[in-house]
Design a protein around this ligand. Structure first.
Ligand code: HXC
Length: 257
């Protein structure tokens, strides 16, 4: 499919999606949302693809929701139209999505990165929730996901002051999994995604699903959920193959069954 605001390419088992509105620093408007949901649905349905990478430009992952599109809207349009409510559908993608962030990830941009399964940051990355400076708040889950990722103190300070944090502070706070030199960000993210795409597909789905359960359940329920999925994988051919391959000192050959 062809998109106006995205570039999508397949590299082996990895779908690389690049936000492409350079003149607006990849500000997220309704068209970006519609195209991103379509591209991710196609990725999720394509059995040759095992992991996605979502990235922006060197200057900006995304500088937020498109302020020019939002500014004139009233309550009826925002609430009635469930403005950007559709972004939650992104989190229903069953295969993993890595956010590869260079430059600004502000407002909706930071929220979009946090909706992905983990964030790899270039050393140039800057994260922030500056909505308060526009007299509003995060609206794509930022207050909730940031608080879970970095804890109350830093989330509260960032939301109340709009202060941006750099890659090093984001890594210390647990917002990003690691920092990569900017020039290597996309390549390293695709390599990491290919590592995941090379794993047994059902085990990938199960690992993603159970880590996410940690944010939705009590510890006892989460542990139970983990154990049930773990037990279930012993009904798959790939579990037999994976353990036989280990014993025979050879790589596993997955069937996805
Ligand atoms: C629309 C934007 C934009 C945005 C940048 N642009 N961010 N357009 N929405 N969020 C546009 C600018 O208007 C400008 O267009 C062009 O991109 C380049 O931006 P500059 O400001 O000239 O670049 P620079 O001086 O380098 O500053 C970069 C910046 C700054 C620090 C990232 O652009 C900035 O502060 N942007 C807004 C960040 C923000 O407040 N984000 C939160 C948005 S609210 P022209 O045409 O003038 O050249 C949000 C709510 C989420 O995200 C909830 C949704 C439900």
């Amino acid at each position: 499919a062809e998109y106006d605001t995205l570039m999508v390419e397949q590299r082996g088992g990895v779908t690389l999606i690049t936000l492409n509105r350079p003149k607006a620093l990849n500000a997220l408007n309704s068209q970006v949302l519609a195209e991103l949901l379509a591209a991710l649905a196609a990725f999720d349905a394509d059995a040759t693809q095992g992991c996605a990478v979502l990235t922006g430009s060197e200057k900006a992952f995304a500088a937020g929701a498109d302020i020019k599109e939002m500014s004139a809207q009233g309550f009826a349009e925002m609430y009635g139209g469930n403005f950007f409510g559709g972004y939650e559908r992104l989190t229903q993608t069953r295969k993993p999505i890595i956010a590869a962030v260079a430059g600004y990830a502000l407002g909706g941009g930071c929220e979009l990165a946090m909706m992905c399964d983990f964030i790899l940051a270039a050393d140039t990355a800057k994260f922030g929730q500056p909505e308060i400076k526009l007299a509003v708040t995060p609206g794509m889950g930022g207050s909730q996901r940031l608080a879970r990722a970095v804890g109350k103190a830093k989330a509260m300070e960032m939301c109340l002051t709009g202060r941006m944090i750099d890659a090093a502070e984001a890594e210390r706070a647990g917002l990003v999994s690691r920092i990569v030199p900017a020039a290597e960000l996309v390549e390293e993210s695709v390599r990491t995604a290919q590592t995941i795409a090379d794993m047994a597909p059902l085990a990938v789905l199960a690992n993603k699903e159970m880590v996410n359960a940690a944010f939705e359940t009590t510890l006892a329920q989460g542990v139970q959920f983990e154990r049930r999925l773990f037990h279930g994988l012993f009904g798959t051919a790939d579990q037999k193959e994976g353990m036989a391959a280990f014993v025979e000192k050879r790589p596993g050959q997955w069937t996805g069954k």
